[in-house]
Design a protein around this ligand. Structure first.
Ligand code: ZN
Length: 166
């Protein structure tokens, strides 16, 4: 077992569960399908990254992440009402549907359809976890040095990491 600590430039494998303030399980990953990320590259929310700093393999920790260091506070300006005609003709909007839109600066933003009232469609561009205090229960499964390629890309590669060909 390695004596390495989680620090910038390490690729980390985690088992974790994620619960909201009501205690509902939102996401989880166990040792058969661990979550893999590159520490220090903002692949995970800042509050979790800070909470994992300095842990070693075998460590278990509960990290509570408030919105400010998680997915942000809810921005009411991202809650919009649009007309059905603003959707492509071949799309039937339904509550819960997600779609990507581009700001004038070209940033991609994912909107979720909140509700539909006749021709008016309420959409929300906030991250689904915005405004929530999140509790991550993590166990550190493995730590290794990132490859130069991973450092260049800013994310982890490999069996359970992010797979692609660039
Ligand atoms: Zn890559």
């Amino acid at each position: 077992m390695s004596k390495e600590l989680i620090e910038n430039g390490k690729v980390v494998q985690l088992a974790f569960s994620l619960k909201n303030a009501a205690g509902e399980l939102l996401d989880s990953s166990d040792s058969s399908d661990p979550f893999v990320y590159l520490h220090g590259s903002s692949q995970i929310v800042p509050g979790l990254e800070t909470g994992l700093e300095g842990l070693k393999v075998g460590d278990k920790k509960q990290v509570v992440v408030p919105p400010a260091s998680g997915y942000g506070e809810i921005d009411n300006e991202l809650k919009l009402t649009v007309k059905r005609t603003q959707f492509p003709a071949n799309v039937v909007p339904e509550a819960g549907m997600q779609f990507e839109s581009r700001s004038p600066e070209g940033h991609g933003l994912v909107f979720t359809v909140d509700s539909i009232d006749g021709e008016d469609i309420k959409i929300d561009g906030n991250h689904p976890l915005a405004g929530q205090t999140l509790t991550f229960s993590v166990e550190v499964l493995a730590i290794r040095d990132a490859t130069e390629e991973e450092k260049t890309h800013g994310h982890a590669h490999g069996a359970h990491g992010h797979g692609h060909s660039h």
